[in-house]
Write a protein that binds this ligand. Structure first.
Ligand code: NOJ
Length: 591
């Protein structure tokens, strides 16, 4: 397989003995790592709805992304992952697809898509799309047919339960106020399954015809030239379709007490993924990323080990679930433990030590802003803590997935009223609290720091003008008020801005293969404030020191820093001390 490396990376890998242009040398010195372009890439995630609006309807569009391609290129990223852009009635912002081979009207046309893909490829950027095939929209023609009659040829494209058998066993429906994943449909007096909202009926992967439709759709996109798929809740596609009653005791005994583990990775999952690999993925030089809902340290390898011929990477939820208080909807404990955080990321690193390949992320469209959640969005710490988190993401092993807006340090919107939220999940959770007679004010407060997904979805802050330069019209979701001071235009002018720090970090990672392939070792494990680790590759050793606290904190690594060379530091005045300033990040090459 041909691997397209940046010039800098190719030279650096050559120096580290990983590649050789001389065949005899190559034979003696086998590469120590199985190199792939997607291992060396930095992935930049774009939420198209909030990126840039060019047609004045308050919704981002593909032409907006095209307009910003030079900006995207300037970040030093290699791959763009786009959230769903297909035909959709938008019950869940495109995660409810009514036509897999069209472009959502609000986003533009297929011609716009072709121009976008071309523009990316011309700039050496790869394009990864979102594949949402656990469910479709209820407005997809398959479902419209399926619900018509019990003997419709599309009936078995979905999961139906005839009402005469009684009510089906409980399954959760994530975006429904009553919490139920089954909905009664009058027309055929049957229930259908929907793990998310009733507008997102689950597809029946046991039906080979359905699987073939999906593979041919995937092939169609690959033939258009896309470079991969991020696969939405892919472990959910396989479930026990006898739908047995499952009790809390069953969950506790068999599935770590977690519904998401039970709902995921059902019978035949890996048969389906192998089949998908054979029929689609194996034919192209592309990447496949599993959204690892329900994925565990134990099951991770089943998805990504190369010899299994399934997918390439997965992302887990253990990191982003840390700190939530049980019994509440994504209510964050402000005293979450850094020691636990380090353990999670170290365990996930270890799992791929010998085989497979990991990913690393702190933010995406389902998460609050990383700076508000894991850093500190108070004015005095916002920029520095955001740079510190960027240092973490780009100095860990595993492919970094970096969310748009984080490169300028955007923070949570912290809306004060439910009317400002647009997200189906937050609205459903609010309804649940209302039905239960709970404290609605407290719920709104909790969303400001916790999980409300709209915190991460507010429009991109391009400049200080009205609507942050995102749109000339009223945006679909309010722009954060702080766009007057926190925006890309202002940061372009400042060499020490969060934005320019991100660019330096992507460059650093590109020019130091040790940051991509080097062995990770956690140091000073019990330190409650500092995350310290080394990365090592072929004699080169880098030390990363990150202060996750608002106070000075000492890194007890036992390493003498005297001869170390500073590769990057997130303060204007560089220091090389084991005592780190608040949210300081220091990357050192050890001599
Ligand atoms: C995960 C996606 O990231 C999220 O945004 C969506 O709501 C659910 N899957 C359902 O598709």
């Amino acid at each position: 397989m041909k691997v397209a490396l940046s010039k800098g990376m190719a030279i650096a890998l050559f120096c580290f003995g990983l590649v050789s242009t001389n065949p005899s040398v190559a034979q003696e010195k086998k590469p120590t790592v199985d190199r792939k372009w997607w291992k060396e890439a930095v992935v930049y995630q774009i939420y198209p709805r909030s990126f840039k609006d060019t047609d004045g309807d308050g919704v981002g569009d593909l032409k907006g992304i095209i307009q910003k391609l030079d900006y995207i290129k300037s970040l030093g990223i290699d791959v763009v992952w786009l959230n769903p852009i297909y035909g959709s009635p938008n019950a869940d912002n495109g995660y409810d697809i009514s036509d897999y081979q069209s472009i959502m009207k609000e986003f533009g046309t297929m011609e716009d898509f072709d121009a976008l893909l071309k523009g990316m490829h011309e700039r050496g950027i790869k394009l990864v799309m979102d594949l949402v095939v656990n469910h479709s929209s209820d407005e997809h023609k398959w479902f419209q047919e399926s619900r018509k009659s019990r003997d419709n040829p599309y009936r078995d494209y979905y999961h139906w339960w005839p009402a005469e058998k009684g009510k089906p066993a409980f399954r959760p429906g994530a975006f429904e106020a009553d919490g139920s994943g089954w909905r009664h449909d009058k027309q055929t007096d049957s229930y259908y399954l929907h793990y998310f909202s009733y507008k997102q009926p689950d597809l029946n992967w046991e039906n080979p015809k359905l699987r073939q439709e999906i593979y041919s759709m995937m092939n169609w996109w690959f033939q258009k030239g896309i470079d991969g798929f991020r696969m939405d809740v892919i472990p959910f596609i396989a479930k026990d379709t006898t739908f047995p009653v499952i009790t809390q005791a069953d969950l506790d005994k068999n599935y770590q007490g977690r519904w998401d583990v039970f709902m995921a990775s059902g019978p035949h999952l890996h048969d389906y993924l192998k089949e998908m690999n054979k029929e689609v993925l194996s034919k192209y030089d592309v990447m496949a990323l599993a959204e690892g809902a329900g994925m565990t340290l134990k099951s991770a390898h089943d998805f990504v080990d190369a010899d299994r011929k399934e997918l390439d990477m997965g992302y887990h939820f253990e990191g982003t679930n840390l700190g939530y208080i049980p019994g509440y909807f994504k209510k964050m404990n402000p005293k979450w433990s850094l020691v636990d955080f380090k353990k999670i990321y170290s365990d996930w690193d270890a799992v791929y030590d010998q085989k497979g390949w990991g990913t690393i992320y702190l933010g995406n469209h389902d998460q609050p802003r990383m700076t508000s959640r894991w850093g500190n969005d108070a004015p005095e710490f916002s920029a520095v803590s955001s740079k510190m988190l960027t240092t973490f993401l780009l100095s860990m092993k595993g492919t970094p997935y970096y969310y748009n807006g984080d490169e300028i340090g955007m923070v949570n919107a912290k809306f004060n009223k439910i009317e400002d939220y647009r997200d189906i999940e937050t609205i459903a959770e609010y309804e649940k609290v209302k039905i239960a007679g709970g404290d609605l004010k407290q719920f709104i407060e909790d969303q400001k720091t916790g999980g409300a997904r709209d915190n991460g979805r507010t429009p991109f802050q391009w400049d200080s003008s009205k609507n942050g330069g995102f749109s000339t019209a009223e945006p679909w979701l309010k722009v954060n008020d702080n766009h007057t001071t926190l925006n890309a235009a202002a940061q372009e002018k400042d060499p020490n801005s969060v934005l320019n720090y991100f660019r330096k970090m992507t460059k650093l990672r590109k020019s130091n293969p040790v940051l991509v392939y080097g062995k990770y070792t956690l140091l000073d494990k019990e330190n409650p404030n500092v995350y310290a680790y080394t990365r090592e590759l072929d004699g080169k050793k880098v030390l990363v020191l990150l202060n996750f606290s608002a106070k000075n904190a000492v890194a007890n690594t036992g390493i003498n820093l005297k001869n170390a060379k500073v590769l990057i530091n997130n303060y204007a005045t560089v220091s090389k001390k084991a005592t780190l300033r608040p949210y300081e990040a220091l990357v050192l090459e050890l001599k």
